[in-house]
Design a protein around this ligand. Sequence first.
Ligand code: ADP
Length: 189
Amino acid sequence: MSIEISRLVKQYGQQKAVDELSFSVKKNEIVGFLGPNGAGKSTLMKLILGHLYPSSGTLEVLGKSPRDIQTKQHIGYLPERTSFYTNLTAPETLFFFADLLGMEKSDANLRVSQLLKMVGLDGIGRRLVGEFSHGMRKRLGLAQSLLNDPDLLLLDEPTAGMDPVGCREIKDLILTLKKRGKTILMTTH
Ligand code: ADP
């Protein structure tokens, strides 16, 4: 099992954002977590990432507590809103994150060029991220979330605000990732 959640509760003061939630995600499965704004989707993502702690209930990610440091190396995360330096190009952005991950230069070179190709950002010259469309930023975010070659991908609203063609491209990419053995939990409206 990649994710196992039982009777999970997250309360902010009086506000219950997650209320007795139980479900599991098997290896190599794509699971969509559906709900309107305020349903608690982002809170769930943050709980799985170990950025927030549950008020009660249990939560296991890749067989361990979300607070386990080793486990984090096997997780990729695309937040709802990506934050990138606007004055860098797409490759520079990915090299910056590869550096933070402690990747060897030669591994990073190979990985960055593979990922840029995969998300369709390989032929855009030296355009700066600040000039990117919404869809291009999402695709760059997806590439960033894949830098560490994670087993488990958490995608928060990966298609929000995208036009139908962009949506289709992201969904096709998600299917490709499943074929490559990834487990994917994504949220959507
Ligand atoms: P979603 O991602 O589905 O839109 P959220 O997880 O962001 O939902 O929010 C779920 C509920 O928890 C909402 O009612 C929201 O106002 C509340 N909430 C989210 N984050 C906080 C916070 N840091 N403090 C207090 N309430 C919060």
